[in-house]
Design a binder for this molecule. Structure first.
Ligand code: ZN
Length: 141
């Protein structure tokens, strides 16, 4: 797929490894090196124990819809409305809820608990934008 012309996400000191992962089509999350709690969005300190030590862990991006909204007003020329934004609980990262667009779903079909999987949209400059789409199952077994 040709890169889209959406705004390019720019990382900072804490989030650049996350965005580098997105460029490589990998979902990389911070996990505290002391207490093993995941944290997202990336930030300097663990909310559980206060440690700044962390690892970057690759997770597969499967999860389920926790909440959602439909955006009906176009706020940017590259983001044609309407579109769905979902809050997803990630199966491999307990406690993490990730916000992204939901692709390939009728708005009427979106329900809490809906299984979804992560896909990456290629943007200009090699950036990758994480988004979700419906999945046949959120259970790997
Ligand atoms: Zn911790």
């Amino acid at each position: 797929m040709a890169p889209s012309h959406k705004p390019i996400p720019r990382g900072d000191f804490d989030s650049q490894p996350f965005w580098d992962g997105c460029s490589a089509h990998e979902l990389r999350l911070q996990r505290c090196a002391r207490c093993a709690v995941f944290r997202h969005p990336p930030r300097p300190l663990c909310h559980q124990c206060g440690s700044s030590d962390h690892d970057w862990v690759k997770v597969d991006g499967r999860g389920s819809v926790y909440s959602w909204t439909i955006v009906r007003n176009q706020a940017h020329p590259a983001l044609p409305a309407p579109y769905a934004i979902v809050v997803v609980e990630l199966a491999e990262a307990p406690g993490i809820r990730m916000v992204a667009n939901l692709l390939d779903a009728s708005f009427e079909d979106i329900v809490a608990g809906m299984p979804v999987e992560l896909v990456f949209e290629d943007l200009a400059d090699g950036a990758g934008l994480p988004q979700f789409r419906p999945s046949p199952s959120a259970d790997p077994s």
